[in-house]
Ligand binder design. Structure first.
Ligand SMILES: [Zn+2]
Length: 128
């Protein structure tokens, strides 16, 4: 059976607090990327809706996989290739990519650490 984060009278254990901090830091980074791409602040009601949708979808998808599987399934690898927000630091030197849903070349840093092949068009990151 999976480990609970609230085993003792629903009190916040250290690991539950630290987990919440990790999620907060991820949200901070996402908000920064989003507002950089928008070149404006975002309506926080919309940001809240999208964040809840993403967390709910992530957890329910994994719950179903674990219920139907052996119980220790990991999140799907394919989600690394979903279209992403632009990173402000790298936006200016990302290549335009007609085949990519985000319009920029994307690389799988684990399978292709040298970024030799865009996962959409096959072009390398380093070009002349
Ligand atoms: Zn590409």
């Amino acid at each position: 059976m999976a480990k609970r984060l609230f085993e003792h009278n629903d009190a916040w254990e250290s690991i539950a607090s630290r987990c919440a901090n990790e999620i907060t830091i991820v949200l901070r980074e996402v908000l920064g990327k989003l507002e950089a791409e928008l070149e404006d602040t975002v309506d926080l009601r919309d940001f809240h809706y999208v964040a809840n949708h993403a967390i709910g979808g992530f957890v329910s998808d994994l719950s179903i996989m674990r219920r139907l599987g052996s119980g220790d399934e990991q999140p799907r690898e394919i989600m690394k290739h979903y279209p992403r927000l632009s990173t402000p630091d790298t936006y200016s030197h990302n290549w335009y990519c007609e085949a990519s849903p985000s319009s920029h070349c994307a690389y799988d840093d684990e399978a292709d650490p040298m970024n030799d092949q865009c996962i959409y068009c096959g072009d390398p990151r380093e070009r002349k």
